[in-house]
Design a protein. Structure first.
Length: 147
């Protein structure tokens, strides 16, 4: 998938749910078309792409909650909890489980104490992610939204 510049929040939520969705806050001339030609399905707030790419999914709602539902239905996605929080929200790449040494070196002690496993690493931006209050909040939102 590739999202247009209006769909940053939607893209973030789809990444939270583990989906591969490319997003940039601005696209140089032709960049979005190139991504579509590589096989990414376009998601757009406007009708502009429809002429060239008939399979564009037009997102109608302004509210991110409804946008997520539109995308899930429109793309025929089947939300799978085991995929949630497995992708970097910033880089859109799959996270890898951090090894023991790596965790000791890069993760605060209190986090290691509370979460001896489940610490994931992004090879692209070098961030570490672990279960915590931030993730809990996102999880609760998804549940509120009916996923
Ligand atoms: Zn990253």
């Amino acid at each position: 998938m590739v999202a247009d510049t209006m769909l940053g929040r939607l893209a973030r939520w789809l990444r939270i749910m583990g989906y591969d969705i490319h997003f940039q806050s601005s696209y140089p001339e032709g960049a979005m078309h190139a991504l579509i030609q590589e096989g990414r399905r376009p998601l757009s707030r406007g009708q502009g792409l429809q002429r060239l790419f008939p399979d564009v999914l037009i997102i109608h709602s302004n509210r991110v909650e409804n946008q997520v539902h539109e995308a899930v239905q429109g793309l025929g996605l089947v939300p799978d909890r085991s995929r949630w929080f497995t992708r970097c929200l910033v880089c859109n790449v799959p996270l890898t489980e951090a090894g023991f040494e790596e965790r000791l070196e890069n993760v605060p002690d209190y986090v290691l104490y509370e979460n001896p496993s489940g610490i994931r690493h992004c090879a692209c931006c070098s961030r570490y992610f672990w279960p915590g209050t931030h993730r809990e909040k996102m999880l609760r939102k998804l549940e509120e939204w009916g996923f």
